[in-house]
Design a binder for this molecule. Structure first.
Ligand code: BGC
Length: 823
């Protein structure tokens, strides 16, 4: 069942041709000030044009799983793809190739030259807030998938930016933390995905991270950027800083950083010229940065041969996109448990109760810079109701899962002037006269310093509420400042304080709301005070919280009278987000109690986990089946329905090991001590460390049941030399009742001291029931070396064994490398 990108209905523009002579000539023609100007962003997400050399503006957008555009919220609608772990659970380069094609087309549609992704930091501690954006705990799986993504984007003339270089595995104190990692571990683990992506896909840019690595901040890391990335690996692209990460001018310029983001004012725009004039930075260094910038510009069609943009790109809600995004999400979903083959659900599942807040308020994406504005999100309740027996599905809201307010959903509010979904935003002067008035079809927006609201003395947000029946609603605002909120029978003035910490105002704005009884059509008006400082603001209109006990009582009642209960639980953007880490892997709120109560009464209980990263499952023995559904993107509910009914096999395999309890596993703590975060587990990250310590996790990396069973009959080393194992063949049979796709995983257990087990290759095979097949798995030598710190070079691993496994908890065949006989 291999997945190929459908043919695009228009020719994909080829990457631009690079004319080195033209680049040299352009560099020579610019004076120092002219060159330095180009090396900082012009705006938040764009670079300066320079007419005299024929350079046009270059536009970037955040990725990694949607092309958001220049506004963090309230911007243009774009495709919301499944999150990175869900994509990675497909273990499929073909899927990532298709993802790259969609992203490239989305970028072209917005006339955007560069997508800031993929995020290829590793899942070190499961607490990392941004793991949802990264592929896996395994560097090889990460590197291979990232290379497919980058190749696909760039073959369509859109630049990629693998990020964040380097050792940015957690978010606590992310702009200042010093990650202390020994040289061998850096090479074997954290550099490896960047090395693979550099060698296999030649990215046109790489983004340097915020943190320090062994005492040197990433944007000034001469050894990492100049010595390893540029000299040793021969990277000929451009290194840009993460946003606002660059601290010092001369040190960063000399260490290989090529571009400071964002602009216009940066430490380079204000002081790099002086540093060059005083001899601290040689002018040739500046020239090299400009050369790399122009090379990038040529590649994306902004210099030399200029690009044109296609106009007939499928809309984010077109049937083509809906089919692609539903299929990609469903096939990455992972069956963690399936007692008595409860899944896939059949008509025999009878009357179904769909329970849980994540069924009705499905979380389709993580928080932070990766957020996009999708055309819609199909909730899991809606997806199941339309896929299963119409009329046979009862939906019951669950317990609260959020503590922070989010903006009202567009369908819950209407613009008082137009009557269309969304809100009205007015810019008022001191006297309350209207300077400007605009419709927003979402209930939040970004207030930019140079935007249309910059001249306003006050900002007014207003909307009429749409309700099926009168209800007690939380009414208020998001965003710091003094506010007055008015609704029928309600008048409240208050101050929302700014969020502490870098990026907090953007990614976790504070809010305030009060409970007000409302009828449908009630008008809500929120006005800022005369002095306001804000980035993201929005209207809050959401149902008042219910006590958990009442929600659980309703759920139990529905579950007891149903034949099958589907409980949908998960994380929200309070857990899966940029700028902060988690403290626990326990599901937020009283969701564990909800599952336990339902499982105690329902004849069959299926749990759908709507989260990107490991969660604790204290109820695992009491439920029949668990589907790990990730953050599935805009088609979430339809994808979950396709997976649960077996219309599409959820053939995912985990990309991270799940602990049973908090605190377990080789790396846990993400809070630095005295500003330092020591990677003391060395190369024993994730399953490598679990295996070394002989501990049993809840689920292993690589685990996933799919909908059929597999018998592995034999394995043979096909090609082996001094450097390692190049290929293995495995013969296997589909012993189940359904056609299915198997991911055959090859691990190597080396003999060398301190060298942990590691994935060295995998491949996939689709077989019908009863069918046997032989698959050849090519193994990568870059996973079969060790970094010798004294000799400063790679050495091949010695001996050991090859293990063919469905995750290390289900090892099928072992082949010792000494005599080549399997056991
Ligand atoms: C993130 C980057 C992102 C950038 C621009 C930063 O806070 O770390 O991943 O690309 O912002 O939004």
């Amino acid at each position: 069942m291999s997945v190929h990108a459908p043919d695009v209905p228009y020719p994909a523009p080829a990457p631009g041709r690079v004319d080195l002579a033209l680049i040299d000539e352009a560099v020579r023609s610019l004076d120092l000030a002219g060159k330095i100007r180009l090396l900082s962003g012009a705006k938040m997400f764009s670079l300066w044009p320079e007419e005299s050399i024929g350079l046009t503006e270059i536009v970037m957008s955040d990725g990694p799983t949607g092309v958001r555009g220049e506004e963090v919220v309230g911007g243009r609608e774009s495709c919301l793809l499944p999150n990175a772990t869900l994509l990675a659970q497909s273990w499929s380069s073909e899927v990532l190739d298709e993802v790259g094609a969609i992203l490239a087309e989305e970028a072209m549609d917005q006339q955007t030259h560069i997508v800031l992704g993929p995020t290829i930091n590793l899942h070190r501690s499961p607490l990392g807030g941004r793991l949802f954006e990264c592929f896996s705990e395994d560097p090889y799986l990460t590197g291979v998938l990232a290379a497919a993504y980058v190749r696909s984007l760039q073959s369509r003339g859109i630049g990629a930016s693998p990020k964040h270089f380097l050792a940015n595995e957690s978010e606590t104190q992310r702009t200042t933390v010093d990650c202390v990692v020994d040289e061998q571990t850096l090479r074997e683990l954290y550099l490896l995905p960047f090395e693979i992506v550099d060698q296999d896909a030649h990215p046109w840019t790489v983004m340097a991270s915020y943190n320090s690595i062994n005492g040197v901040t990433a944007t000034e890391h001469d050894e990492l950027i100049n010595s390893i990335l540029k000299q040793e690996w021969g990277f000929d692209g451009l290194v840009m800083s993460d946003w606002f990460a660059t601290k010092r001018a001369a040190e960063s310029a000399n260490s290989g950083l090529d571009l400071v983001m964002p602009g216009p004012e940066t430490v380079w725009s204000t002081s790099l010229q002086k540093a060059v004039r005083s001899g601290k930075v040689p002018e040739e260094v500046v020239d090299d940065h400009v050369r790399r910038l122009l090379m990038l510009a040529a590649r994306v069609g902004a210099f030399g041969q200029l690009r044109s943009w296609p106009t007939n790109i499928p809309r984010p809600d077109s049937s083509l996109r809906r089919e692609q995004l539903r299929r990609i999400a469903a096939q990455g979903m992972t069956v963690l448990k399936n007692k008595n083959t409860v899944l896939p659900l059949s008509k025999g599942a009878g009357n179904v109760a769909v329970i849980g807040r994540h069924a009705t308020d499905t979380v389709a994406q993580g928080g932070g810079s990766a957020r996009v504005r999708p055309p819609h999100v199909v909730t899991i309740a809606d997806g199941l109701a339309s896929a299963l027996w119409p009329g046979g599905v009862t939906v019951v809201d669950g317990v609260e899962t959020r503590t922070r307010m989010v903006a009202a959903s567009a369908s819950a509010v209407r613009d008082p002037e137009t009557g269309t979904p969304g809100m009205r935003v007015r810019a008022l002067d001191e006297q309350g006269n209207v300077l400007d008035s605009r419709h927003f079809d979402v209930a939040e927006l970004e207030v930019a310093e140079d935007g249309w609201l910059a001249q306003a003395a006050r900002i007014e947000l207003s909307a009429d509420v749409s309700l099926a029946t009168p209800a007690r609603m939380r009414v208020g605002v998001i965003g710091p400042g003094q506010w007055t909120v008015v609704a029928p029978g309600h008048h409240e003035s208050f101050t929302v304080t700014p969020h502490d910490g870098p990026g907090g105002g953007l990614h976790r704005p504070k809010s305030h709301a009060s409970v007000v009884p409302l009828e449908s059509g009630a008008r809500i008006t929120a006005t800022t005070g005369p002095h306001f400082e804000m980035r993201i603001i929005g209207l809050v209109v959401t149902a008042a919280a219910r006590p958990a006990a009442a929600a659980i009582r309703d759920a139990v009642e529905a579950a007891a009278s149903a034949d099958t209960a589907i409980v949908v639980v998960g994380n929200t953007q309070e857990q899966e987000t940029e700028g902060q880490d988690q403290k626990t892997l326990a599901l937020p709120g009283e969701q564990d109690a909800l599952v336990a109560a339902v499982a105690a009464v329902a004849p069959r209980t299926v749990v759908v986990v709507n989260a990107a990263t490991p969660v604790l499952m204290p109820w695992i023995d009491d439920v029949d089946a668990v589907l790990f559904a990730g953050l599935p993107g805009q088609e979430a509910g339809d994808a979950v329905a396709a997976a649960l009914t077996g219309e599409i096999e959820p053939a995912g395999r985990l990309v991270t090991t799940f602990p049973v309890h908090d605190g377990e596993g080789p790396a846990w703590e993400t809070a630095p001590t005295g500003g330092r975060l020591e990677y003391t587990e060395g190369p024993g990250v994730g399953y490598r460390g679990w295996y070394q310590s002989a501990a049993e996790p809840l689920f292993w990396f690589g685990h996933g049941l799919g909908y059929t069973t597999w018998d592995y009959t034999s394995a043979q080393l096909m090609d082996r030399d001094e450097a390692g194992v190049n290929a293995v063949t495995v013969t296997l049979t589909n012993t189940g009742q359904r056609a299915g796709k198997e991911t055959v995983q090859v691990y190597r257990v080396p003999l060398d001291d301190g060298q942990p087990v590691r994935l060295i290759g995998w491949d996939q095979v689709s077989l019908r029931p009863g069918e046997s097949g032989t698959v050849q798995i090519n193994c990568d030598l870059r996973t079969q070396r060790l970094w010798d710190v004294d000799q400063h070079q790679w050495l091949p691993l010695s001996g050991g064994s090859i293990v063919i496994a469905r995750g290390l908890g289900d090892r099928r065949i072992t082949v010792p490398l000494e005599n080549g006989q399997e056991s």
